[in-house]
Every structure is written in C-alpha cells, then in structure tokens.
Design a protein around this ligand. Structure first.
Ligand code: SAH
Ligand code: SF4
Ligand code: F3S
Length: 447
C-alpha cells in the first residue's frame, strides 16, 4: 500500500506545538509527516485563538485547501486546537470540505475520529470538555533527527480568567499531569538525545495544587533535575501572583535550571492590572523581581505587555514604560489589546482607538529595543555556556544555540568540528539587536 502522509500546520503557543507533536505520534504508524499540503492524505491545522481576527484567519487558511479535495477525494482535512474549540460545528457549516474538528482536550481521539471519517461517517466534531480531563501519556517514537531540545506540557488549561483572555474558555480548567507521566516522558526524550527540556503550562506555579499527593512545581523541577544526561531545564509561563520563594530559590540551587524567567506583567499600572484581573499590583510585581534578583542575581527576565487595554490612559501607559525602564527586561513580547470571544473585557467601555494602540506599541518597541541592545552589548567579552542546536539557518558557516539566559548566540568554530548537540563555551565578541556573536572556546560535554 502507498505510504500515507500527514501535513500539519501549527499556530499559537508552545502548547500547540506540543499538541501537534502528540497528534503526529498518534497517527505515526499510518501517516508519515510531509512538507506540503499538496502531498498530504491528512491535513491538520492546529489553531490559536488568543488575538485579533484569529477565527477569520483560520477560515481563510483552511478555505484554501478546498481545491485539493477535488483532486483527492479521500483527503481528510481537520481543524484542531483553540479556534476549533471556540467555533465547533460552525467550522463544518462554513467550510463543508472540513472533515474533522477537535478541541484541545480531544486531540487524543484523533485515531478513532479518522477511522470514522474513512468509513464515511464524517464529519466528526469533538469539542466537549471535562473538568476532570487527564491528558493520556503519548510517547513519541525515535525519529532519528530529534532536536537537542524539547518541550513537555506539565499542565493543561487555566483557571485565572484574566479579563482579556480566551484561553480558559478554549483550553478548559487547569489540570496537572501526574508526575510519573512527566518523568517517563522526559526520560524517553533524553534516551533519544534530548538534553534540554522546557516545561509548559499557562500557569506552571500552580502545578499540582489541585491534586492530592502531587509535588509542588519547585519540587517537580528538583525531581526532573535528577534525570541523568538531562543538562538543562526551562519552563514557561509563570504567573507573577503565584511566584513564591521556593521557586525563586530553585534558580540558585538547582544547577540544571537555566537562569531565565518569563514573567508576564501585561501592564505597569495597578489600576489596569486590577481591571485585567491579574491579582497583583505594580508594587507587588516589582517586589517579586527585587527578591528574585537578590536570590539569583544573574537571572534574565522577559515579559508580555498589552497596550491599549480598555480605559488605558496616557498616564497608565506611561506607567508601563516606566516599569520597563525600571525592570530592564532582556526581551518583551508586546501586543495591542483586542476583544476576544467570551472574555469579559470585550464588554468594557472606553475602548482605546486603534491608532492610539498602534502609537503606544511603537513607543514600547522603541524603548525596549534600546534596553535589549544595551543588555546584549553587556555580554561582549564574556564567556558563556551555549547548548548547540546546529548550524545557523541563515549563515551555515556559523553554529547557533542559546545561553542559559536564553539569548541566541551565533558563533564560529574551527572547521571540521561537529558541535551539534554539544554544550560549549563561547566568547562573545559582538552583539546585535536580536542575537550575540562569538567564537568557540571549549567543549564542556557531548554531543
Ligand atoms: N498564560 C500566559 C500567557 C497566555 S497568552 C500568561 O498568563 O502570561 C500569551 C500572551 O498573549 C499574554 O501574556 C498576553 O500578553 C497576550 N494576550 C492574551 N489575550 C490578549 C488579548 N485579548 N489582546 C492582546 N493580547 C492578548
Ligand atoms: Fe490567559 Fe491569564 Fe490564563 Fe494566562 S493566566 S492563559 S493570560 S487567563
Ligand atoms: Fe493560542 Fe490556545 Fe495557546 S489560544 S496561545 S494556542 S492556548
């Protein structure tokens, strides 16, 4: 029989990337991944709903596959992830060439859904969500070319209900995966050559809190750190309101935990933070940053910012700029506020005009570009530890990897040295806006 092929396109956050990998593993025996939708027998579009016009983008993206179905009548087209959850049946009504709609909790039912569709019982729409949902353990087989770093979702969903955010509605209630599943999965990845793992969750600090007998997040990190041949641990995302001292201490005490924390602040104005339902004030956020830096002075911080939240005045916005000056994040991700389905803030009055949002976003970018460049330049002359991911995509004569602080480093190494997967020291010689450049010094471990 001809080898069947699957094409998958992933939008959104790292959790979606993780879910896409699980789906590929689930159908791996029957379908091999391919690079273009034209070759595929199964097309999966794993969608994100977090920002403006997400649904419109999905409809237009998936709409483009209609003609492929005319050529290949047994082609199966599926929409999965957060927009699938949000839109449900509407997707198959608007796009009759779609066979399959799976919300994030239902991606594990992909094989049985495919079976049904191939027997002519499609379309299949699975969007029910359960409070006690437990993601099953799906181990991906060795694929020979696994990158040196991998991501593992440790918890699903979110209970925080920030007033602007759709995630709690499309991902469901917060559930933590059993520690033994997480450990087995990481051990399996490490046996396939993975050396760095990023633990994923919308709010990793509350890992295990709803369950009996689970470790805390800080304890989980310590358990994971015991896996031999795992060199580095990272995690994302940490909610400022739940960041406690035990996790801060892990940064200085657990050797494998990299000194980088993504701590989304969203706004520098306590008034706006309250409207956002974030559960902390500007002062409390700054206090946590101060404490963290006392415990781990070399920690690199990154954050997310929303500009133009309903009611945000020029004064509120200036408070965000001054917070950026005060904290000096290594990098930020900034977004214009947009109304999202279900999210409470869509009902708020005093919406900020589009041009004001755009102008504020530019001001945030300009300020942060200066700070990031200053921080990057401070690396010049330093010897840093880099986990080598491989040759640089744009300049294949250079290797690329990241520092423990999560900065990208491109560096020159003596010819003939294959450093892919190795942990090395690099001397930083130059710094740009987005990356550092250096020269290879020494190999610490591996590949
Ligand atoms: N759980 C993570 C982030 C999830 S979404 C956390 O709590 O930080 C990623 C980022 O998208 C958010 O941090 C926020 O900055 C942005 N975002 C979410 N909803 C948004 C909206 N309606 N408009 C603009 N940005 C939004
Ligand atoms: Fe959204 Fe807030 Fe949950 Fe993050 S913590 S996913 S921003 S509701
Ligand atoms: Fe997007 Fe869903 Fe992630 S809405 S950001 S893909 S949780």
């Amino acid at each position: 029989m001809r080898q069947r092929k699957v094409f998958i396109k992933t939008f959104g956050c790292q959790m979606n990337e993780y879910d896409s990998e699980r789906m590929l593993a689930l159908v791996g025996e029957k379908y091999k991944p391919c690079e273009t939708p034209e070759e595929a027998d199964l097309i999966l579009v794993n969608t994100c709903s977090v920002r403006a016009k997400a649904e419109a983008k999905v409809y237009s993206f998936v709409g483009r596959f209609k003609h492929l179905k005319k050529k290949k009548s047994d082609l199966v087209i599926g929409v999965t992830g957060c927009v699938a959850q949000q839109e449900g049946e509407r997707i198959v009504k608007r796009l009759p060439h779609v066979d399959l709609v799976l919300g994030p909790q239902n991606i594990y039912r992909l094989p049985e859904a495919l079976e049904k569709i191939l027997q002519g019982q499609g379309p299949v729409v699975l969007t029910e969500m359960r409070k006690d949902f437990k993601p099953p353990l799906v181990l991906a087989g060795p694929d020979g070319s696994r990158p040196v770093k991998a991501q593992v979702t440790i918890m699903q969903g979110c209970d925080n209900f920030c007033s602007y955010c759709v995630v709690p509605y499309v991902r469901g209630r917060e559930v933590s995966r059993p520690p033994e599943d997480i450990l087995r999965e990481i051990e399996c990845l490490v046996s396939q050559g993975v050396r760095e793992v990023t633990l994923l969750g919308q709010n990793v600090n509350s890992y295990g809190k709803k369950e009996r007998g689970y470790p805390t997040f800080a304890e989980l990190i310590r358990l994971i750190a015991e896996i031999p041949e795992l060199w580095r641990i990272r995690f994302t995302t940490s909610h400022p309101k739940d960041l406690e001292e035990d996790l801060m201490r892990a940064f200085s005490e657990v050797e494998k935990l990299c000194e980088h924390l993504h701590l989304p602040v969203q706004s520098g104005s306590s008034r706006i933070l309250k409207l956002m339902n974030r559960g902390y004030t500007r002062e409390e956020y700054l206090e946590k940053v101060k404490k963290l830096r006392e415990i781990c002075p070399e920690i690199a911080l990154t954050t997310d910012i929303i500009v133009g939240f309903p009611g945000e005045t020029e004064e509120d916005f200036k408070a965000t700029l001054s917070l950026l000056e005060e904290v000096r994040f290594d990098e930020i991700f900034s977004f214009k506020y947009s109304d999202r389905p279900y999210a409470r803030a869509r009902e708020f009055s005093d919406k900020v005009p589009e041009e004001v949002k755009a102008e504020r976003l530019t001001r945030v970018h300009e300020l942060q570009a200066r700070i990031t460049e200053e921080i990057n330049r401070s690396y010049i002359g330093q010897k840093v530890e880099v986990l080598v991911e491989g040759p640089s995509e744009t300049r294949p004569e250079l290797f690329t990897g990241r520092t423990r602080s999560n900065h990208v480093v491109n560096f020159l190494a003596p010819e003939g040295l294959d450093l892919k997967g190795a942990l090395v020291y690099v001397l930083i010689k130059d710094a740009g806006k987005h990356s550092l450049r250096g020269e290879y010094l020494d190999t610490i471990k591996g590949p």
